[in-house]
Design a protein. Structure first.
Length: 123
């Protein structure tokens, strides 16, 4: 099973500098029950990972799909080392074509340390 990792900024009432304000988004989406939007959307939840495309070590951890940079990483240590924030964030793990019952995939299986904002996405 392949796992990809990314750290995304939060999008909620406290978010500043987003492409759309929280109130505008709630009004537009009609999702007035939300308190936070967690997504792979780069406009509302930008990535907080900084990497250097001039660094071979970074290239070894960057996930490519059909020769295109995806913004996801294959190595959790790389993600946490290149995390560019001191604020709260969402750590997303993407499982590509899971081979086991997805309910059995836990933070312990992924060797994640205790993190409040860990979210698993299956594709």
């Amino acid at each position: 099973m392949d796992f990809l990792f990314i750290v995304k900024s939060r999008f909620d009432q406290s978010t500043k500098n987003a492409s759309m304000s929280w109130n505008e988004y709630i009004k537009w989406s009609k999702l007035d029950h939300l308190t936070e939007l967690i997504s792979l959307d780069e406009m509302l939840n930008p990535s907080l990972i900084e990497c250097s495309f001039d660094n071979e070590e970074d290239w070894n951890s960057i996930h490519l799909f059909e020769n295109s940079v995806t913004g996801y990483a294959t190595n959790l240590d790389f993600v946490m080392k290149n995390l560019n924030t001191k604020e709260k964030y969402n750590l997303l793990t993407i499982v590509i074509e899971p081979e086991v019952d997805c309910q059995k995939i836990t933070s312990k299986i992924l060797n994640l340390w205790d993190t409040t904002y860990w979210i698993l996405i299956f594709i």
